[in-house]
Design a protein. Structure first.
Length: 93
């Protein structure tokens, strides 16, 4: 996802890729911190096995969302411009 977004923004902002990667690692770090703190808080309330079961279910959510995700084909601006030129040249013949 990060790479696809970087490719889309490459023409308008050459440094967009590095910004997106930095943002990705920032969000990943915040998520790791939240998981660590919430896991500790859950251990005070629930049993170790229950906390382990909860964390074991999260990858299943990821798999299910990946299956249900409807991705659209990415067309670069160059391909779209070339298709338009081809249509114009074919109509002139």
């Amino acid at each position: 996802m990060v790479v696809e977004t970087s490719q889309k923004q490459k023409e308008t902002d050459p440094e967009a890729g590095s910004k997106n990667v930095s943002l990705y690692f920032l969000i990943k770090s915040i998520g790791a911190l939240l998981t660590a703190f919430s896991g500790g808080a859950l251990l005070e309330i629930l049993d170790k096995r229950q906390v382990f079961l909860i964390t074991a279910i999260f990858p299943l959510f990821l798999i299910i969302s990946a299956i249900l995700l409807d991705e659209k084909k990415f067309n670069s601006g160059k391909e779209i411009k070339n298709k338009g030129k081809n249509k114009l040249s074919n109509s002139n013949k």
